[in-house]
Design a protein around this ligand. Structure first.
Ligand code: UD1
Ligand code: UDP
Length: 380
């Protein structure tokens, strides 16, 4: 019996998954579920939370709702500069990796937790699996773009959500990568794990949020905004808020307020708009209900752009460019930047009920299965 136990442990693949910010809990949920349901006797997943997001409404609520196991480690890095968040997580992750000695690390998306994870693992020659690999805005002023470029260049498993993401990786120097990781880098379009998560949870969406907010299906617009280039620039932030405030006279606009946006409004003494409806950040199941119920969506979020597409809602993007180019090329989304004219023009157009097509750009809803199986096959 003891020998069997030792043998089982010996052949378990140990994987450290690193998360830190709201969208990463949602991405990790799909993988953790598949590891548990399909590979429980093959994979031990150790979840590490860097603690970048820490408010109950930015963190705990997702672990509870999505039934993700409590992270084994919470590094508590909290808010601060990029160097603080990345450096603090890097130092602590190195200790975790020394203690756990995993066979691989999974990192998600493009936050400072992603970068810290990739740096820590690469220096210890631990293979890195990057989920949501290959995305590019081609705007190196975005901290996320820096994180993506570096993480992709260090990863051995590059799990892309779209064909465009695969094309974006064509230039990578794979000979050098092979030497660093000891593995042949694998670039695969598996589809989008956020699509998996939204399919799994859409039946459970908390539709009562519409009653609580006294809004009706199809008769409101959902908005989110948190990108630093919008929130940290007084002119851009004021322009967007003023435009949305005026447009709220045409149809209610509900905006769950990201703590970054709130703190920047306080810091820059920008008063809360009169008509635009700010609410606290909502849970994932509430967010799904709001996305599903909205007439259309206004956002600068990466995740919300895609979820809008999953729910077949057109989108007004408060950015100059996007990594999810297919939704713009297909006419589902409009890049409006912080330009009052473009915002108002696209908003008026979307109020007229134009119809759109929604091709399956984001896979079949089995991205997590493909990722987990690929890792098990290669690491066994
Ligand atoms: C981070 C990610 C961004 C991602 C976003 C998702 C980086 C570089 N940025 O941006 O890619 O799109 O998460 O939401 O990793 N705050 C709180 N409570 C919290 C968390 C944050 O009050 O629980 C406030 C603090 O004032 C903090 C500010 O929000 O300074 C910004 O948080 P931070 O994690 O630094 O960046 P995000 O804008 O959330
Ligand atoms: N989200 C949420 N509550 C909110 C706002 C967003 O649950 O109040 C979810 C949203 O459904 C999506 C993810 O958070 O799954 C997107 O995160 P965010 O916009 O913070 O980051 P980004 O995707 O831009 O990195």
């Amino acid at each position: 019996m003891f020998a069997f136990f030792v043998l089982t442990l010996r052949f378990m693949i140990k994987i450290v998954s690193v998360v830190g910010a709201r969208p990463q809990f949602i991405k990790a949920a799909s993988l953790s579920r598949i590891f548990k349901s399909n590979f429980a006797n093959k994979v031990e997943e150790i979840l590490v939370h860097t603690g970048q997001h820490y408010d109950t409404k930015m963190s705990d609520v997702f672990f509870n709702e999505l039934e993700i196991e409590k992270p084994r480690y919470n590094l508590g890095v909290g808010s601060g500069s990029h160097a603080h968040q990345t450096g603090e997580a890097l130092v602590q992750l190195e200790r975790v990796l020394q203690d756990e000695n995993p066979d691989a690390m999974i990192v998600f998306g493009d936050t400072n937790a992603t970068l810290a994870g990739a740096l820590a693992a690469s220096k210890m020659k631990i293979p890195i699996a990057h989920v949501e690999s290959g995305l590019r805005s081609f705007n190196m002023k975005m901290p996320e773009e820096v994180n993506r470029v570096i993480t992709d260049s260090l990863s051995s498993f590059l799990f892309c959500p779209t064909e465009q993401a695969v094309r974006n990786l064509k230039h990578l120097d794979f000979d050098t990568k092979k030497k660093v990781s000891g593995l042949n880098p694998l670039v695969l379009n598996v589809g989008d794990v956020m699509f998996d998560t939204s399919l799994f949870y859409r039946q459970k969406a908390s539709r009562s949020i519409l009653d609580v907010l006294e809004i009706k299906e199809g008769q409101f617009v959902l908005a989110t905004m948190h990108r630093d280039f919008n929130t940290d620039n007084k002119e851009r932030l004021s322009t967007i808020l003023k435009a949305l405030d005026e447009l709220s006279l045409l149809i209610p606009i509900i905006l769950p307020l990201h703590p970054r946006t709130k703190s920047k409004m306080d810091e820059m003494k920008i008063p809360a708009p009169k008509n635009l409806r700010f609410i606290e950040p909502v849970s994932y199941l509430q967010m799904l209900a709001l996305e599903d119920g909205a007439k259309f969506i206004v956002t600068d979020s990466g995740g919300v752009q895609k979820e809008a597409f999953f729910f077949e809602k057109p989108t007004l993007i408060l950015r100059h460019e996007t990594e999810w180019t297919e939704i713009v090329d297909n006419g589902n989304a409009f890049l409006c930047d912080a330009d009052t004219f473009k915002i108002k023009q696209a908003f008026s157009y979307l109020l007229e009920n134009p119809s759109f097509t929604y091709p399956s750009f984001y896979g079949k809803g089995n991205a997590a299965e493909l990722i987990c199986k690929t890792l098990v096959d290669h690491l066994s």
